[in-house]
Design a protein around this ligand. Structure first.
Ligand code: CO
Ligand code: CO
Ligand code: CO
Length: 319
């Protein structure tokens, strides 16, 4: 199972993700190319699973914008002098199989010798100009829908420390390796105004970006936020990645937490996610129907976690 030494994810930063999920290049009056790239170090010990999770994570930005992926390129770092090449081919096979599920091919890529394995994809997609879903168009009064449970940073840290039992591992892996393809297709049938995917900046980080860009505030209810199995138990024991703590330090002045919040809950909401779900701003008239269709088709829980309000002193109010 553990052929890879898990490096954890606290090292990578999401600093470039603050504008929008993909870069957009208009190619004619009707269409644009959308482009995204992401890669990271192993977060699970099994190479094939790592390849699937990383590829799914790399594709996510395309789906968050409502686009269709066209093709991908591999980005690989590998210690070929220290690890067996069969491990690399297992990682790559995970990527290939995940791209097959996305109906695209990996057309090439680039690899370098590196001390620590790294893997990800550069993904090119296509989108109709009038269908681009940005992260800065949330409307006051819209419901906020989250399509995947959070806690993957905390669970990945528990996995790294060999503390996660099988049930905990399986739930986190199932959620992380699942493409946001289906959720993206479903949301586009409804009256939605804005979307982003939840990754390294955590739920609060990506939500605060939506608020800032849209000139609104948000109110969310902790009880309504789905969590991966055992997230609270590990968070209470401070099994939390450094990146999630940094997210919280960076965000704490623009968030107002209800007095009842413990530090572990604040850190869960700031937890850096790998291959997280979509965060959708949906018109209240449509939100229950969208949620029902999501939950009919996903094998994990999507939820309405709160709503966007007029702009207030704080960016996000957590109850
Ligand atoms: Co993104
Ligand atoms: Co990204
Ligand atoms: Co090259």
């Amino acid at each position: 199972m553990s052929k890879l030494k898990i490096s954890g994810q606290s090292e990578y930063s999401s600093g470039f993700e603050t504008f929008d999920d993909c870069s957009i290049y208009k190619i004619n009056e009707e269409q644009s190319i959308i482009q995204t790239v992401d890669f990271f170090t192993p977060i699970v010990g099994d190479p094939y699973t790592f390849g699937q999770i990383s590829a799914s994570n790399s594709l996510s930005d395309i789906y968050a914008m409502g686009g269709k992926p066209l093709f991908a390129l591999n980005i690989v770092g590998f210690p070929s002098d220290k690890l067996d090449l069969s491990i690399l081919s297992d990682i790559l096979q995970g990527g290939i199989d995940k791209c097959n599920s996305a109906n695209i091919q990996i057309l090439g890529g680039h690899s370098i010798k590196d001390d620590v394995p790294k893997y990800g994809l550069a993904v090119t997609g296509l989108i109709d100009n009038e269908k681009i879903i940005t992260n800065n168009n949330a409307n006051e009064g819209d419901d906020i829908i989250l399509t995947k449970p959070i806690g993957s940073g905390i669970i990945a840290t528990a996995i790294k420390k060999n503390l996660a039992d099988e049930k905990t591992y399986n739930h986190a892996v199932k959620v992380m390796k699942d493409l946001n393809k289906e959720s993206s297709g479903i949301m586009q049938k409804y009256n939605i105004n804005s979307c982003t995917d939840v990754t390294g900046f955590g739920l609060l980080g990506h939500l605060s970006e939506m608020c800032k860009g849209s000139n609104v505030s948000a109110r969310i209810q902790y009880k309504k936020i789905p969590l991966l199995t055992n997230t609270e138990n590990f968070a209470k024991k401070d099994i939390i990645p450094g990146g999630s703590k940094k997210n919280f330090e960076f965000l704490k002045n623009i968030i107002q937490f209800h007095d009842s919040f413990g530090l572990y809950q604040k850190l869960i909401l700031s937890d850096a996610q790998t291959s997280g779900g979509l965060l959708i701003s949906c018109n209240k008239k449509d939100s229950l129907n969208l949620l029902m269709e999501l939950n009919k088709n996903l094998d994990y829980k999507a939820s309405i976690i709160g709503e966007f309000t007029n702009k207030k002193n704080h960016s996000i109010y957590c109850e």
